[in-house]
Ligand binder design. Structure first.
Ligand code: ZN
Length: 137
């Protein structure tokens, strides 16, 4: 396994309209993209700090994964995403071979066109963990 950096931190928010101004006006970061990922029933807003992004996630459907997360746990950190150098599929295969429970057995498309896959929090000491890579790597 070769992880290179924290690609992004996903934060569940009730409202991008409320959350974006906090990051922009209080923390001085600039929102450079807002994107809806219909598949995941979320609207995302991105900020960059160093090599790492902050990904705000607002649910577009109470039955979606972020809608359910907020109902259960409230707003807050939802997941952490690591960039993997050797590719998501290879990393998943390696982890599965070591007994790690996977949510995604193969990569799918996430926001910003990244290939992503999630590991099950039961196997990651409680933190929903995402692996990602730029496509075509
Ligand atoms: Zn993510």
């Amino acid at each position: 396994m070769k992880l290179t950096h924290i690609e992004h931190i996903g934060i569940a928010v009730k409202s991008l309209e409320v959350a974006i101004p906090f990051y922009e006006e209080m923390l001085g970061l600039k929102c450079y993209a807002v994107e809806e990922v219909a598949d995941q029933k979320v609207k995302t807003a991105f900020f960059k700090i160093g090599q790492t992004k902050i990904e705000l996630l607002e649910s577009t459907d109470p039955e979606g994964p972020i809608g359910k997360f907020i109902e259960k746990k409230g707003e807050g950190i939802h997941h952490i995403a690591f960039a993997t150098e050797e590719g998501v599929q290879k990393s998943l295969d390696e982890l599965a071979g070591k007994g790690v429970q996977l949510i995604d057995k193969s990569p799918r498309k996430g926001a910003e066109g990244l290939n992503i896959a999630f590991l099950h929090p039961k196997s990651t000491v409680g933190v929903l963990t995402e692996l990602c890579e730029e496509p075509g790597k």
